[in-house]
Design a protein around this ligand. Sequence first.
Ligand SMILES: O=C(O)C(=O)C[C@]1(C(=O)O)C=C[C@@H](O)C=C1
Length: 390
Amino acid sequence: MALRVDAVVWGCRVVSYPDLGARPCLGGVNFRRDLRRLWKWRCCCDVLGERDIKPVEDEKPLKPEADDETLQNKLSGFNKDLNSLSKPLSPADLSSFQSNGSKVRVAYQGVPGAYSEDAALKAYPKCETVPCDDYEAAFEAVELWLVDKAVLPIDNSVGGSIHRNYDLLLRHGLHIVGEVHVDVNHCLLGLPGVTKEELRRILSHPQALNQCEETLSKLGLVRISANDTAGAAQIVASEGARDKAAVASVRAAAIYGLNVLEERIQDHHDNITRFIIVAREPMIPATDRPYKTSIVLSFEEGSGMLFKALAVFELRDIEWTKIESRPQRKRPLRIVDDSNKGTAKYFDYLFYIDFQASMAEPRAQSALSHLQEFATFLRVLGCYPMDTHR
Ligand SMILES: O=C(O)C(=O)C[C@]1(C(=O)O)C=C[C@@H](O)C=C1
């Protein structure tokens, strides 16, 4: 399977797999001609596959149209550093160490003891975890080469999708290179010696508060949102108010010296969060283990297109595991002018689809070629080993 680098945008590779017969392209249109659109999307795209891996030295740099001086300047910047970039990742890069022996640095949102840090340590047990104020800062830390990877919550079995991270995936040109499931055991944490009856206020990350809705309503506590669960535990410990508790993990209780008043307070005993790992370089697709591919796409026409898109997978016996839709904020309303029936207006969406196949498999490559025929925008967010454990 060949991975070809077509350009570098914001320090990230725009890659393609040209052997398939599918050209590197954006929404079915020639990629080179469409670089202007790519620039507007402020992202890079990986499109469709090729079979043998070749180095990219023989690739000519992109040629912008002569009349566009600004674009030309930008493009010359993109191409000159191609050879100095590190290689795309392989499954061996799932190790906690770099090839030079130093620890992999993984950014996460929150402070030590957050579930996101648990996710980073589950994926890379000996990594160096780097706390960030918010999700966007974690994305930026990777882009600015401050860290090697970032781990971000994307889906929870009780609360559903973490929409912010879907939006950030599109806005930033990083690649999904892994996923990890974390068993989230929310606990009620109070100051040492405090009983449940004394509690009036509860602090936590909004997702965690939602996941414990029923328990917190029964206890009649006033909810206060915090940046992350461990951050909430830190505040409770430092303020010393006896009526304040936090929803966080057992590990956070140990770090900040709080008491576990009750464990597993989430509304559903099984509470699993799926985290994704993002990196500057994509992972080379393989078939040595079960892989998942994540894509985002949009269509020019209405709802029938989504049906058609899903049929593309069904036809090839590919199971999709997740669909998420997000509004196209820049074009909120689509107006369909039918002079007999009046003007129809409806929201325009981007669809994120995860499916269980590797881009090294011909059936996945042909599914994406097929999608390209009618999608107006298509980007492969990543092809990565599935977390087959809980
Ligand atoms: O606050 C934390 O500890 C986090 O890691 C964030 C987060 C989330 O954003 O969903 C992660 C896992 C849990 O589902 C609750 C909160």
